[in-house]
Write a protein that binds this ligand. Structure first.
Ligand code: SF4
Length: 420
């Protein structure tokens, strides 16, 4: 039994911001697996924007506004008891504003009568502050939950554009996600037992997708990179991926796990830079990465046939792809990943790349300056930034124009291959 009875979070409900719909569901299930109450914040809507605008100054990035709006919606619900609420706000050290958002949220809550609301920001840097004795089982369960949710999301995007009956893929996805969440929540967190149960759940999900009625056609494949929250949160990006699908495209969307591999590799780079590669900390990081690699191998292996040609790259491959433009030693964060992934996706044969970023996001701005060179080096592949701040008006028209460019690039690339 996990020691939850006296845990400070016992009796509180943890609310998870839905960066990606399925990942938030699975992550909440991971909290429930260790005996805590948790759920994603309710679906974002106009009230989210209204409250986000009311409680922020306007200088923050759009994801902060959406997250604050969703959290305040929870707190304004009739009967909400601030002492029984914990808000999950991830944090990170880095070159951009993201690391400021947990302290900033604290200020907003204190200034508006919600000082009793707890903010939960566990990271390896703060020794998983707030989780205490539950940190160890949670970290592994949470990691596995995110990995599995990414796999289901990939299957959704690979099948939905080709479904024979509208809505079937979403239904299969929902069924598989519910299966995953149930499995996470109801299986003991003993690592070996949990891994077998999750693999079984993934295989059940895979088989549901395999039975779907789909008519495979040659849709242009569009790679999607960008700021992690905005590219994955359909409310923030006005459901760009489905809009693209409406134009006859299939999307290959960068997932959450990519960021975890990147932060791991950055930790090793820094340890080496500081000549601390032979310390206990380095050993711990090495063991954690080994374990994560093993988990990934076990959980991804059943999809070898399904993901043929769509394999996610090792993080070092992405970083090497970025090297001619943004070497990792001189740049940091999502801009490196996005440029590297754009190159990787182009080499895998996508017809175009879209970068989704919040308006004023420095990662998006840096990438936008580099993409013309990337495009030139890769035979003129269309790469376009789409910025979001909740006021986008012509997304549909702009995507229509973009898809014309992508189709024309695909035609030229195929003709060049034939001629060679
Ligand atoms: S990545 Fe961009 S949007 Fe996200 S916190 Fe940093 S600057 Fe803001």
């Amino acid at each position: 039994m996990l020691p939850v009875a006296d845990h400070p979070l016992k009796g509180k409900r943890i609310f998870i911001p839905p960066m990606a719909y399925g990942s938030a569901q699975a992550f909440a299930a991971a909290f429930r697996a260790i005996g805590l109450e948790a759920e994603p914040t309710p679906a974002s809507d106009d009230r989210t924007r209204e409250l986000g605008a009311r409680y922020t100054s306007g200088d923050e990035c759009y994801p902060a506004k959406v997250t604050v709006g969703d959290f305040m919606k929870v707190l304004e619900r009739p009967g909400a008891d601030a002492r029984r609420v914990a808000l999950f706000m991830p944090t990170a050290q880095g070159p951009c504003r993201f690391g400021q958002y947990a302290p900033y949220l604290r200020q907003i809550l204190n200034a508006n009568g919600y000082a009793d609301v707890e903010i939960l920001s566990p990271t390896s840097q703060n020794s998983y502050d707030g989780l205490g004795t539950l940190a160890k089982p949670f970290v592994r369960t949470g990691w596995r939950a995110l990995l599995c949710a990414d796999l289901l999301a990939k299957l959704l995007l690979m099948n939905r554009p080709y479904e024979e009956r509208r809505g079937d893929t979403e239904a299969v996805y929902e069924e598989s996600l519910a299966d995953l969440c149930r499995t996470i929540e109801q299986t003991p967190v003993e690592p070996g037992v949990q891994l077998v149960a999750l693999r079984d759940s993934m295989i059940r999900g895979r088989d549901r997708f395999r039975k779907l009625g789909v008519a495979r056609r040659e849709h242009p494949l569009i790679g999607i990179v960008g700021e992690i929250f905005c590219r994955l949160n359909t409310f923030s990006n006005e459901n760009l991926v489905q809009c693209l699908e409406g134009y006859g495209a299939e999307a290959w969307l960068s997932d959450i796990v990519e960021w975890i591999w990147y932060t791991n590799s950055e930790q090793f780079r820094k340890l080496k830079l500081e000549r601390r590669q032979w310390t206990l900390e380095a050993l711990g990081a090495w063991v954690r990465q080994k374990v994560q690699k093993h988990d990934e191998h076990v959980l991804v292996e059943p999809f070898a046939r399904d993901f043929e040609g769509r394999e996610e790259p090792d993080i070092f491959e992405v970083l090497e792809c970025a090297r001619p433009y943004l070497p990792r030693e001189g740049a940091f964060g999502e801009m490196v990943l996005n440029v590297g992934k754009a190159v990787y996706l182009a080499r895998k044969g996508v017809a175009g790349i879209i970068d989704i970023s919040p308006f004023t996001c420095m990662n998006g701005i840096v990438c936008e300056a580099i993409y013309p060179r990337v495009s030139r080096d890769l035979g003129g592949i269309p790469i376009r930034n789409f910025y979001f701040d909740g006021t986008q008006s012509d997304l549909d028209r702009d995507l229509g124009v973009y898809m014309e460019l992508a189709r024309s690039y695909r035609g030229r690339a195929r003709a060049a291959i034939k001629a060679s």
